[in-house]
Design a protein around this ligand. Sequence first.
Ligand code: CA
Length: 521
Amino acid sequence: MRKLTLTSALLAGTAMASPAFADGHLLIVDEPLELTIQMNHVRYPTYMEDWPVEVAARAMTNIHLVDDTVGANMRTDENTGKTEALNLMLAGGVIPDIVGSSRIKDFVNQYGPEGAFVPLNDLIAEHAPNLQAFFDERPEIASAISAADGNMYYIPYLPDGKYGRAYFIRTDWLEQLGLERPETVEELEAVLIAFRDGDPNGNGQADEVPYFARQWPELIRLVTLWDGRSSGSDTYHDFYVEGDQLVHPYAQEGYREGIANLARWYEMGLVDAEVFTRGSSTRDYLLGENLGGMTHDWFASTSGYNTTLAGEIEGFAFEALAPPASVSGVRMEEHRRIPIKPDGWAIGASNEHQIETIKYFDFWFTEEGRRLANFGVEGQQYTMVDGEATFTEEFLTNDEPVNKQLYRVGAQLQARGYYQDYRYEAQWSNEFALEGIALYDEGDYLVDQFLGVAFNADEQRVYDRTFSSIRDYMLERQQGWILGNSDVNEDWDAYIATLNDMGYQELLEVMNSAYSRQYGE
Ligand code: CA
């Protein structure tokens, strides 16, 4: 055991300052118990023992997590869906007591059945009443996270709230040009042309960028306007469920039609010429410079520009737009919050305190633990007002975004298994976001999501052999078509033949065998 020096000092200070912890009803062990943890996420590459949330959790539970993170300097690899840090940890031969990471699902579902992680089902049933109650109420979530052997190997981060991204458009530009909000894809095209030609920012130059996206797949999202799909989940380029079968969106006719039209829009200058390269500052830059007309992005953060730019751009209004009807009349919002993320935490097989650890996981599903994970520490980030955790005015008016402040104190950590509470976000969503959400709610535009599959070893081999090269090929062709290097309609038959040569049909077979095992009956 490591000596408890700094930790004990912090613990004592916090416990005294926060009488809410004092009664000890959440204590898991009488004497402090140390457990090692690997925690790696792109936003916080290592576990910090002095995060105020962790200090409070220690005081409440007597479980002391000790950082043992390997590969903290590695960035998560978005392409493979596994983190390099996890692979490094495994290669090192020592798995800490707890492993928390983004994209941990596929990793534990592969290595758990091989003995590297502890199956959680029995531990939950016997020692984790709050987790058990959650899974009893949401059995589809238990199905979705289970490995091919039927066991759960991680406790996920569970987002709350349905809505994620939406269309946003400069409604003051529409007014300026005497246009209505576009209701169909044809009307949308006319609006984007007017943004291009009508000088809505009034500087006498044709410098407007009609449609932009800080994440370029949000351009591909527009294929839904031609009845294509860009993804079946909140992960870009994912499979989707059609009827009772999984298919890949980038091998469908509607996608071909959509890409042909997006290539046309790109050539017409209706889409940001730099959409593939401009990157994450796109939205800040194009809105701040009064150049961008429309995008598809998150409700809360996008609505925020109405406040931050109000004093800088006269009349600035960037408001949610209901999804325009597609060529066949379908209004679809393809993106939504997924109820389960592949992020969360697991128990390493050599953990000698598995019962205490599952109780610790359960703590974060108690009322107090969930509040701590969502809002931070009482008296620091929030106070209780009429029985509700309410962020302090000081916290909400800080210059730093709320999410970033929360990460910095150890709250809203997605490498922890916890259940998000949407009320944390509603408190800093401005009126534009709440109005937009109401608009989307009224129209009921969301579609069902594919929640992922867990492969057995044979299926995994086929997936590993085929998917990443198939996806790379799909994306390379996709970008080439948009940029006008070649024509999607002329290339289509050869493209499909190449996908089949690369194993697309075999890939579909294993996706669907895993899918029917996991969700059938
Ligand atoms: Ca202009």
